[in-house]
Design a protein around this ligand. Structure first.
Ligand SMILES: NCc1[nH]cc(CCC(=O)O)c1CC(=O)O
Length: 312
């Protein structure tokens, strides 16, 4: 196989948060191990996105898709970087012309973690307890199960949110187990939440690597670290999301799993205020993910009827 030019390192674009950097390092280490390349063959390039710049407003107010990805994709298109590492959970379902994500790393824990200095689990929270989250999905899921809780907006990276808990702004919050694990902070989780109780976000725990479609060197390098089972699961979940036209404004959850060569997909949509939730299920062969995802989305949309998402 063609090897990277030793005088020109492969530029890996990423956001600058600790979690994003940990993911970029994992990608570099996997590439380095798969191809026997030294650390000098790679350069990590930190790119600031709109979502990173605006930290004082709820994400849904800033609006638009790709708040955490647009600037990185621009750098990829213009050749400033060669590959880009993303949390697939934050990725729009359609990539810009000329870019493709066909490399998924082995998926981490998909579950949400319950984080609180005082309570052991959701059931322990007293009526009226304040819970912080910036995720519309987690907010709607929690409001659905525990309408007595008081939900507040909790923006910022993992460190910022933990600081807010310390400062007593809220009694509890939720974070992805995957993020805590990659940050070496799993001890902060009181415990994982069973997906049957709180279905995770589409693609939670999955890292994807984006490249230019015509970049054959990047394609060959990345093919060696692609994890096929994760690819099938993410394809199903993202097809579900795509058919729902999921934006950051819509509470949607989805999880595909593989059991004995069968792909199992669960999906859920909720009213933003948690006053209703509709869920469904499909199963099929490993390559059926895209069809299963859009078919399940179609069913849920039909059951929901017009205006389902409008309630606030
Ligand atoms: N929206 C921010 C974000 N994007 C990816 C992760 C965690 C890592 C992952 O799910 O892969 C997080 C933080 C969180 O939800 O706690």
């Amino acid at each position: 196989m063609q090897m990277p030019d030793p005088t020109r390192p492969l530029k890996i674009g990423t956001r600058g948060s600790k979690l994003a950097l940990a993911q970029a390092h994992e990608t570099r280490d996997r590439l380095s191990a798969a191809h026997g390349l030294p650390a000098e063959a790679f350069e990590i390039v930190v790119i600031k996105t709109t979502g990173d710049r605006i930290t004082d407003r709820p994400l849904k107010e800033i609006g638009g898709k790709g708040l955490f990805t647009r600037e990185i994709e621009d750098a990829l298109i213009s050749g400033g970087i060669d590959i880009a590492v993303h949390s697939m959970k934050d990725m729009p379902t359609i990539q810009p012309d000329g870019l493709v994500i066909d490399c998924l790393l082995p998926r981490e824990d998909v579950r949400d973690a319950f984080v609180s200095p005082t309570a052991q689990a959701i059931a322990d929270l007293p009526a009226g307890a304040i819970v912080g989250t910036s995720s519309l999905r987690r907010r709607a899921q929690l409001a659905h199960r525990r309408p007595d809780l008081h939900l507040v907006e909790f923006r910022g990276n993992v460190q910022t949110r933990l600081k807010k808990l310390d400062d007593g702004v809220a009694t509890a919050t939720f974070l992805a187990m995957a993020g805590l694990s990659r940050l070496g902070m799993l001890h902060l989780a009181r415990g994982p939440i069973d997906p049957a109780e709180m279905l995770p976000a589409v693609a939670q725990g999955a890292i994807g690597v984006e490249r230019r479609v015509e970049d054959e060197l990047a394609a060959a390098l990345l093919a060696a670290i692609h994890h096929d089972p994760t690819g099938h699961r993410i394809a199903a979940e993202r097809a579900f999301l795509a058919r729902l036209d999921g934006s950051c404004q819509t509470p949607i959850a989805g999880l595909a799993e593989i059991r004995e060569e069968t792909l199992l997909l669960r999906g859920e949509i909720l009213r933003p205020d948690g006053s209703a939730a509709i869920s469904g299920y499909r199963e099929g062969s490993l390559h059926d993910g895209p069809a299963m995802g859009s078919d399940l989305a179609q069913e849920l949309l039909g059951r929901a009827g017009a205006g389902f998402f409008d309630h606030l």
